[in-house]
Design a protein around this ligand. Sequence first.
Ligand SMILES: [Zn+2]
Length: 226
Amino acid sequence: MEQISEHVWWLPPGPPDRPSLCAVVGERRTLMLDAGASRAHARLLLDALPRRPDAVVYTHSHWDHVLGAVEVGGLVIAHALTAERLRELAACDWTDDGLDARVAAGLSSPQHAENVKEELPSPRTVEVMPADIVFADRIDIELGGVTARVRHVGGAHADDSCVVFVDPDGVLFLGDALCDAIDERLRTAVRSFGARLHVEGHHEAVTSAAELEEVLTDPSTAENAP
Ligand SMILES: [Zn+2]
């Protein structure tokens, strides 16, 4: 756990597929950015905080970003599309057999099944915390001296992808929004924040504006852009 700006704490990603988590600590409220892959993953962040988060916002509905919420216990804030996907996630068969059947049917990758098995050993109980507060396009969360501005950006990785700009810290929490092909619309949306620091879901380091520009203009991501 590392403090990366006045109000933002960052727990870097880890194996098997744990994404970055952040906590934004305001004078009145604390907000967690993504909930993590499991109770154990969320616990790592919770144990390092002076107080329990009042709420968590999901960047998108992928399991590794949401399944830790049951350990957080606060309100869940999510985009309408994410809220819908959470219901599908809750209805999934999470047993080893169920995971293997989805791989066999081509619905998920073998790597996905392996990661779930490692993060949540069998027999596993998967509790998907549904959204308490659902927003359509954007929502601002006032924490006291600091504001989390959540914006839906969509994109190739997940159509429900949202990013969170922490104001005035100038930190942009990106979830997995840049994990797949980046088109001009997404590039413009990300640049529009003019953030100083960027936290990506599965990237080992916090990136500067210059480093982010390299990601945005990387030919391997631009080749799929319209
Ligand atoms: Zn994802």
